[in-house]
Ligand binder design. Structure first.
Ligand SMILES: C[S@@+](CC[C@H](N)C(=O)[O-])C[C@H]1O[C@@H](n2cnc3c(N)ncnc32)[C@H](O)[C@@H]1O
Length: 230
């Protein structure tokens, strides 16, 4: 995406930069298929337009509501604006990236967290949920969340933190009957942790895209999950 932008004429690049923010504001006010498609392209968002729309519709149905998002990105302004008068909180482990995003999006409620995991050790964590517990800021743990989006931390190589903790925590922190969306579920680790902690029985829908499969779960019984009996 970035290389695409650098291949454009300077005028086109300037136009895209000028329109990126307003397009996110408009899409958050009127989240339609079209406004989201435009906003996604101008902001170089990785989630696909149908994936963004599916999550946005769930937020709109419940707004103002409580939304927790693992990972900040070019979509953060959109989520922040969409949940008008609600509470939208972001968790991010990459401090440089967090500074970059929060410098652009004023009043974003985002916290730096440390996962202390490496993706290559994922099988050890799968069998030992006690290792997945972590300290979180009080505003994250004091009340359950209506909707949680897991699109972080990075999980694209062995020494990335991986999403073992964020998927586990989503199950702990969502309200009974709340929605959990997880991106990149075509990957081995996301797939294994979703199966183990979110459960196939809670899976509502999958939305495929060239850059990652999104799964939508409705969690009727959040909190501690027993190991499978077989
Ligand atoms: C997988 S990206 C997805 C962001 C957004 N939801 C989207 O669809 O565009 C989110 C994670 O990637 C990591 N990351 C680091 N540098 C990044 C960058 N330059 N752009 C995007 N994500 C970055 C961050 O730690 C962040 O938690």
């Amino acid at each position: 995406m970035l290389s695409k932008l650098s291949k454009m004429t300077p005028l086109k690049q300037t136009l895209i930069r000028l329109l990126a923010r307003p397009s996110a504001v408009v899409a958050a006010l009127l989240p339609s298929r079209r406004s989201i498609r435009v906003m996604r392209r101008l902001n170089r968002i990785i989630l696909s337009a149908p994936q963004l729309l599916a999550i946005a519709q769930k937020i709109e149905e419940q707004a103002p509501c409580r939304v927790l998002i693992f990972g900040v990105g070019h979509d953060s302004l959109f989520w922040h604006r969409l949940n008008r008068n609600g509470r939208t909180v972001f968790l991010e482990d990459d401090e440089g990236w967090l500074r970059k995003v929060t410098a652009k999006v004023k009043n974003l409620q985002a916290y730096a967290v440390g996962y202390d995991t490496e993706q290559k050790d994922w099988q050890r964590y799968l069998g030992n949920p006690a290792l997945l517990v972590m300290d979180l800021p009080l505003p994250v743990t004091e009340r359950p969340w209506d909707l949680i989006l897991v699109d972080g931390p990075a999980g694209w190589c062995d020494n990335a933190p991986g999403r073992m903790k964020s998927i586990y925590l989503a199950h702990q922190l969502v309200k009974p009957g709340g929605d959990v969306f997880v991106h990149d579920c075509e990957r081995e680790v996301e797939e294994a942790f979703c199966e183990r902690f979110l459960g196939r029985e809670n899976l509502i829908r999958e939305i495929a895209a060239p850059q990652g499969l999104l799964r939508h779960y409705r969690i009727l019984s959040p909190g501690p999950k027993r190991p499978p009996t077989n």
